[in-house]
Ligand binder design. Structure first.
Ligand code: A3P
Length: 299
């Protein structure tokens, strides 16, 4: 069956995309801009940065377990992950209150979808460590499409063909995938506390990726601790886990599309027509000229 021809239902939304310093944004991420820009980072803060739908939740959960599993089960069973690893630019309640009230821990784990040029200066001045997660553009687009269908805080995506065109043109919340990934990749070349991860690598071998993350962070969990982290962060376990599946989040209608949707590499093949794929590849070559930055589209 051709999934492209299926009518996709979206939840109605009032969110409207506009250009903010040249980047597609919506009001909820810009209305407290000065507070975001003036955020005071601490040297031991760890910033997880991603383009939306690249694996933010997965890596946030790995980090939270690596640092705080020892704090006992309460944190894991009673505090939703999005409160343990808060979202820098979300404005409910306005920054810095929502962050400071949610971050009694050391280190503080913070996530952001901002393109690199929008990151508050303090993170760089304090030499904070940064983990960037990137996902191949085709699966990233598909995941983003389904997310916009189910989250009323995001603009409505329209039909898949319309959404894909907008994705290629960078008319997206948090801007162009191409600019985001290229911008952060460039930052990695000049900033030492930087760990660049790929969603596809996590799918291929999550244990290896946890090892690499630990070595970047100078953590040395015991083999048992590592196994526990690995077992907790499987797709199925995170989908069942109310603290990681966003079931506590009001704006999402998970009957339209679950937050933990498929968790696969290559689902784009069920969405792209042959013509769309050819057009996408052609356009991609123009925008992604750096030969060092390579993505995998299947495993
Ligand atoms: P799909 O929509 O392709 O299923 P983010 O956390 O950045 O919003 O990304 C969400 C995407 O990551 C979703 O992709 C979700 O299913 C996937 N994901 C989250 N946890 C995962 C896990 N443990 N294993 C595989 N994929 C995961």
């Amino acid at each position: 069956t051709d999934i492209v021809s299926i009518e996709h239902v979206s939840i109605p939304s009032m969110a409207k995309l506009f250009y903010f310093h040249g980047v597609g944004m919506i009001n909820q991420f810009t209305k407290n801009w000065d507070n975001i820009q003036n955020f005071k980072a601490r040297p031991d803060d760890i910033l997880t940065a991603t383009y939306p739908k690249a694996g933010t939740t997965w890596v946030s959960y790995i980090l939270d377990l690596l640092y705080f599993a020892h704090m006992g089960p309460d944190r894991q069973t009673s505090i939703p992950l999005h409160d343990r690893v808060p979202f820098l630019e979300i404005c409910k309640p306005p920054l810095p209150l929502h962050l400071t009230s949610k971050l009694p821990t050391t280190p503080r784990l913070i996530k952001t979808h901002l393109p690199v040029q929008f990151v508050p200066k303090s993170f760089w001045e304090q030499r904070c460590r940064v983990v960037y997660v990137a996902r191949n553009a085709k699966d990233n687009a598909v995941s983003y499409f389904h997310f916009e269908r189910m989250d009323s805080g995001m603009p409505e995506p329209g039909k898949w063909s319309t959404f894909l065109q907008n994705f290629m043109e960078g008319k997206m919340v948090f801007g162009s995938w191409y600019d985001h990934v290229n911008g952060w990749w460039e930052k990695k070349q000049t900033y030492s506390g930087f760990h660049f991860m790929f969603y596809e690598d996590l799918i291929e071998d999550c244990g290896r990726e946890i090892d690499r993350l630990c070595s970047f962070l100078s953590l040395s969990p015991s083999p048992e601790e590592k196994e526990r982290v690995k077992a907790s962060v499987t797709f199925d376990n995170m989908k069942q886990n109310k603290m990681t599946n966003y079931s506590t989040f009001d704006s999402m209608n998970q009957t339209i599309s679950p937050f933990m949707r498929k968790g696969k590499v290559g689902d784009w093949k069920n969405h792209f027509t042959v013509a769309q794929n050819e057009q996408f590849d052609e356009d991609y070559k123009q925008k992604m000229k750096n030969p060092d930055l390579k993505f995998r589209y299947e495993i």
